[in-house]
Write a protein that binds this ligand. Sequence first.
Ligand code: NAP
Length: 483
Amino acid sequence: MASCVIPVPPFDMILFGATGDLAHRKIFPGLFHRFLVGQMPPEGRIIGAARSEFSAEQFRATLRKSLLEFAPSATKNKAKLDAFLALVEYVSVDAKGPRGWDKLADLMRPDVVRAFYLSVGPSLFAPIAEQLRMAKLTTPDARIVVEKPFGHDLASARALNAELGRCFGEDQIYRIDHYLGKETVQNVMALRFANALFEPLWNSQHIDHVQITVAEKLGVNGRGEYYDRSGAMRDMVQNHLMQLLCLTAMEPPSRFEPNAVRDEKLKVIRSLDPVQPGDFARGQYRGDGDQGSYTEHAKNPDSTTESFIAMKVEVSNWRWAGTPFYLRTGKRLRAHLSEIAIVFRDPPHSIFPDGEGRRSNALIIRLQPNEGITLRMTIKEPGPGGMRLTDVPLDMTFAEALGQNAESADAYERLVMDVLRGDQTLFMRGDEVEAAWEWADPIIKSWEDTGQKPALYDTGSSGPEDSLMLMHRDGRRWREIGS
Ligand code: NAP
């Protein structure tokens, strides 16, 4: 049954940071793509805002170039590209001073949805919100979108929530975690709550453990100095991996509605046990021939920041007690891969000879590459020679199974449309972010206090030896990265 797409109302999107990297690589291409597929109403306008002095015409010329580079469909649709650019205005504003705000106010229309997208460094989130409030641009259905990082720790996240809260209601604040915009991540909810098959098994009675891996092949080159102030725990675990854990572990919400979903995710975060010092492994990648090491990229030979982290996390509630979640993420690993692997318990009694080709059943949800789902099953190996068992994948790659319908919109594209529609389901609520920092802070503090240096690992490996040991000592092993 085809479902209807909720229309996008007439809007003014004010994109702060319009000259920046994220705006040009992701946000404008995403908006252009939605325009191409006809999801943008004719009354939609985008007002780029940044410090640089450009006329609207000059800005459109720059934007044309970057759309031709970052939105592949632009080259084939030049007329549409012109029509899209005609919707774009530009204003030069200083987030920290009075320049430009009057002009911005003049450009904005009274009776349309206002979406202020802050694609700027986090130190500008509060000043821009305050300028908007002072300029009286925050109408009741205005919304503000903020990029990660949302805080550096609990104290800074609380301060930021309070500062935004002075200018906008919680129902107007959209904190982006672009992982939640990924098609397959939303599919975790569809898989769990739209099928009767898995939910009866989705608990510690039937699931031995869960592995969540987000592995990157690239290092931190180019943004090493920024990354060195953050590290894998702050940059990836506290937000992206935490969201994946929440969607996997949460109770079914009563409805697919923003607060019902976010209430359940919050309960998961609040059920997390503190992570013990022996339950995590940190690493830094070594150099490899002409490729520099982490400390070279970070320009900090004494850096104690991790480019890799693996950890064992316990969710202390009735559903999950006794089923650990192992999280792992890092740079410069063997492959670029993100997946959630649900590893089931073995049958209580085996009638077949031990060790005959059997591996535990597992459901693997692949977020990238080749988005899809694999169910690892045991069957009889075909042919004569007695009852020999073998392990086979029931494999569904969305692109193959769903053809062009699987052509997935970029996560940003989807999230920006949700902002305009006023749907907060896929955005983090303030209390969720704070709870995640509340859990992460003591873990980070435990290694900051001791000045613990991460173990070194080879480029192209699966991370440091300690990470393997984290699993081995529990009688388990990681799935191969890139197998
Ligand atoms: P960027 O390339 O450094 O761009 C920063 C933008 O902020 C520029 O447009 C700049 O305008 C504007 N700006 C700086 N100071 C300003 C001021 N005082 N008043 C008004 N505008 C000012 O940064 P980015 O990479 O696009 O990142 C933007 C945000 O997204 C950051 O919070 C980042 O952490 C987050 N993020 C980025 C990525 C990514 O892939 N890039 C991914 C995830 C999250 P001028 O150029 O005119 O000075």
